[in-house]
Every structure is written in C-alpha cells, then in structure tokens.
Design a protein around this ligand. Structure first.
Ligand code: SAH
Length: 490
C-alpha cells in the first residue's frame, strides 16, 4: 500500500475554504486559526463559536450560501466553484453527501487539495492528530486506517514531551543566527545542540529560569566555538548494542547515539525496526557476516571504521545484542586505539538475556541453577576449546550462541562428559521478535527436534533445568513447541 507523504504547509495569506459551519467544521476551523490562512467559511448555519470568529474577523463567513441544500438538495454550485477555484485547501465538513461529493470533484478538477470529513474515498489530504510545543509540532497519522491509534500515539507523545520544550524551542530560535555563525559546520552544530539540551540548560528552562538558561547558552556557544577551532576534525566511534531485535529493548543512550550518527556500520542481526530509529540521513553500511561465509572480513570492518572516523564522522558501530558478548567489540576497540581514535561503548541486551526473558526461562533460579555460562559453538574449532567437564556440571544454565549448526556434537560431548540426557532445553529462534519460536524438550532429542522444525539462525540454546519453566512461564508469542506434543500429533 502506498503511504501518505507528510508535509507541513505554510498557509499564510492563502485561501482555505471550509464548507459547513457545524461542530465538525468548527473543530477543523480551530486547527486553522493561527496559521495565518485566509479562511472562508461557506455555511448554511454557523455555531456561535464560528459566528464569534467571524465577528472577530478571524475568518470570513458567507452564511446562507448553502442554506437551501438542506431542504431541496440544491446548493449554489457556481459559488462553490468560484470559491474552490480560488483556494489552496478545501475542507468539506457538511452532512450533505452530495454537496461533499461535488466539492471533492471540484477540488480534483482544479487541483486543490480537498478534505472531506469522514470520507476516505473522497479525501485527498488528511488532517493529522497534532501535538504542539511552541513552534515544535508532531503530526500523527494512521492514513485513515485507525484514527484512534493515531490519537493514542499522540497521547503517548504528550506524556514524553514536556511543556518546557516550547520554551527551549523559542529561545533557540532567537539565537539561531548567532549559533549558525559560531558553529558553521552542521555536524558540530548538531552535537553542540545535543550537548546543550542534554545538560543544565534544559533543567533551567524547566525551572523557568530563563535568564540563567540564556547565560548558559551564550557561554557554551563561546566556549565550543573556541574548542572546535582548536580541535582537528577527527571523528569518534561508538560501539552500540542494538539488543535482540525488538526496538523496545534498545537503551535510551543507544537511541540517542542512533539519532546523532553520521555513519552507521551494522550487521545483519540488527533488525529493521531498530534501524528505522536512526537519523534519516545517516549513511548506512551493512557489513554482513554469517557463520560459514564471511562476506565482509573483520579486517575490512576495521578499515571501514578507521576510515570513517578519520574522515571526521561520528560512527555508530551497531551490533546485535551486546557488543562485548561474542561481538568482537573488543578487537574493534583495540584497532581504534592503535589509530588514536576516540571511542565509547553503549551496552545492549544480549541474546541470552532477551531469549530467557521472552521465552519464560529465568537464567538462574534458586532451586535449579546457581550460575550461567555464555558459550559459543559456531564451529568445531570453537567447540574444541570449551571446557567440557565444566559445561557438563548439573546446576548451571548454558546459553549457547551460534549453536544451531553444531547440535549433534554439542549433545554428544555434553552427555559424554556426564550431563544427563534428560536435561531440559529451550531453543529460542528469533527471540523477542514478532516471529519468535520456542522449542523445548530434553537434551537427547535436541538435534532431532531442531531439524524437524528447521530451526535457523539466529537461535539461542538455553540448556539446564530452568529451561523446563518455559512450559509454565511463557508469556510471549506462540506456546512453546514440545517433543511430546509432536509425538501426539504424529
Ligand atoms: N553480540 C550478540 C551475539 C552475537 S553472536 C549478543 O550479545 O546477543 C550471534 C548469535 O547470537 C546468533 O547466532 C544467536 O545464537 C544469538 N542471537 C542473536 N540475536 C538473537 C535473537 N534475536 N534470537 C535468538 N538468538 C539470537
């Protein structure tokens, strides 16, 4: 389905024709009042409010112009044509279907955007749910599919964006030219704005200490102007954990970094929904790596990071889960350090934690597991380096990353070193995502069940007594698939 193209229109001195003068029209007119539009209302009858606006000359009311329509289906077509032809926007808010349809047809003929209230078919532009903070406006649309949801979204934003944003926006607007002069570079300017707004400035504005806030602003501008001149333009790399896929599991810090990035270097594990939260004009570089075929080598990734940072970019290296858990984040930082490039790390929710939570498997439990081990099993070589006697110990949970290809070997070695074949497991595919699947059973049937259900990467193996709790504690997605259910079906 095509989507709507959002735009904010400058209506100053442009004619907007509203057809209808009832309560619905009144609401539409109210939204137009302080846009500077030249509002013309054609109505049979007008509400007292509309009448009052007309008296205050906030709009021009042509009453009675449509009056007859109510009784005879007749309305003043030539008037309507004249008015619509001269307009930029038309809003038809009458309960006369024929009149609305005629207005929409005229709108089409004269290429004037027309909104017919409550009629998606006839409407060419929609009026969104709006949230306003001074000059800042957020407009929310559901493309007509579910206005209720758009309203709820607006209500949510309402709680997040406090009123002081309007004051900040106003003050920054007054300083805009001076800020631009002091910081001509867009990237530097953006960073300066972020620093300012993240800091004491916003606190002062919230406390309505405007002159203090303004002094802070002025000082910060003077200082950063000097600093930036002294500083060579070298970038920075921020290693950011994107979590397991559900964008709700990003940290607020990760979100901020995504919105400030010039370049985002990410791998395939990072979900589209997470990437959608990034700054629109940030450059994205996909460095795909998969077990088996490494499309971009680690060496190449290092080169990209160094190259972009040396070019002065703010680089976000975005990794699935946590960057320091089987993410080779350490190696990348070592490389950056050798080149004298500044870095920072934002942790993420690692797959083991996410899969445990979303599958109802507590990784530790006073009765069943006193420790957790994070293990990787992506190839035979990595398996050979594991401490099998320790892994086979009973009252611990194993969280196995990258293990789907090695399940036979895994079972064999664990059992050979003494782990019970009836140890419960939960295999979580696409944990926390909309297509999450959980398969449970016991260690001896693990490879077979995984094959039967064609489990694919990314999948996390949670092994240990706690895995049995998935049966009762699951709360997300479909019910876990179990070995026995299968036997029943078969
Ligand atoms: N740094 C990442 C792990 C990278 S290794 C982290 O902390 O999570 C890649 C492995 O992580 C995958 O093979 C899979 O075992 C696991 N994984 C990552 N995301 C997952 C998800 N959404 N569901 C299940 N397993 C996942």
């Amino acid at each position: 389905m095509e989507r709507l193209y959002p735009l904010f229109a400058d209506l100053r001195n442009r004619r907007v024709v509203v057809i209808g003068g009832g309560l619905v029209a009144e609401r539409k007119i109210a939204a137009l009042l302080d846009t500077g539009a030249d509002i013309r209302v054609l109505a049979g009858q007008a509400t007292p409010m509309v009448q009052q606006w007309a008296d205050q000359r906030a709009l021009a009311l042509r009453q009675n112009s449509l009056q007859l329509s109510r009784f005879s289906g007749w309305f003043n077509r030539s008037l309507l044509r004249r008015e619509i032809k001269s307009a930029w926007l038309v809003i038809a808010a009458t309960d006369d279907k024929e009149l609305n349809r005629y207005a929409a047809a005229l709108g089409r003929r004269y290429q004037v955007f027309t909104n017919v209230v409550d009629d998606l078919e006839l409407t060419q532009f929609q009026v969104p749910a709006v949230l306003q903070r001074g000059p800042l406006q957020a407009a929310v649309s559901s493309a007509g599919a579910a206005p209720v949801l758009a309203r709820r979204m607006r209500a949510r934003l309402e709680t997040v964006l406090d009123e002081s944003m309007a004051d900040s926006a106003e003050m920054l607007n007054q300083w805009r030219e001076r800020i631009k002069q002091a910081l001509p570079d867009v990237g530097q300017r953006r960073q300066w704005y972020d620093n300012l707004l993240d800091g004491e400035f916003s606190e002062r504005i919230k406390a309505r200490r405007y002159s203090q806030a303004e002094r802070l602003l002025s000082r910060s501008l003077a200082e950063s102007g000097k600093q930036l001149l002294a500083q060579p333009a070298i970038g920075k790399v921020i290693l950011v954990g994107a979590g397991p896929g559900d964008p709700g599991l990003l940290t607020i810090q990760a979100l901020r970094e995504l919105q400030q990035a010039d370049v985002i270097v990410h791998d395939r594990l990072v979900s589209d929904q997470v990437l959608e939260l990034a700054r629109r004009d940030a450059q994205r570089i996909l460095v795909a790596k998969r077990a088996g075929h490494h499309e971009t080598t680690q060496q190449q990734i290092h080169q990209i990071l160094v190259r972009e940072a040396l070019a002065g970019k703010r680089v976000v290296r975005l990794k699935g889960g946590d960057p320091f858990v089987f993410g080779r984040g350490g190696e990348e930082l070592q490389e950056l350090q050798q080149h004298g490039i500044e870095f920072a790390v934002v942790p993420g929710i690692s797959a083991a934690m996410a899969c445990g939570a979303y599958a109802g498997v507590p990784l530790t439990h006073r009765d069943y597991a006193q420790s957790v081990r994070l293990v990787t099993a992506h190839c035979q070589d990595s398996m050979d380096r594991l401490d099998w006697p320790a892994l086979a110990e009973d009252s611990q949970t194993l969280a196995v990353y990258m293990g789907v290809g090695q399940l036979d070997l895994l079972r064999e070695r664990l059992v050979a070193h003494g782990r019970s074949p009836v140890t419960p497991f939960a295999l979580v595919e696409n944990g926390s995502r909309s297509n999450q699947r959980v398969i449970t059973g016991s260690l001896d049937e693990l490879p077979q069940l995984a094959r039967m259900h064609q489990v694919k990467s990314p999948a996390m193996l949670l092994l240990g007594k706690v895995a049995a709790l998935a049966q009762t504690l699951h709360w997300y997605g479909e019910q876990p698939i179990t070995g026995e259910t299968l036997a029943d079906v078969a």
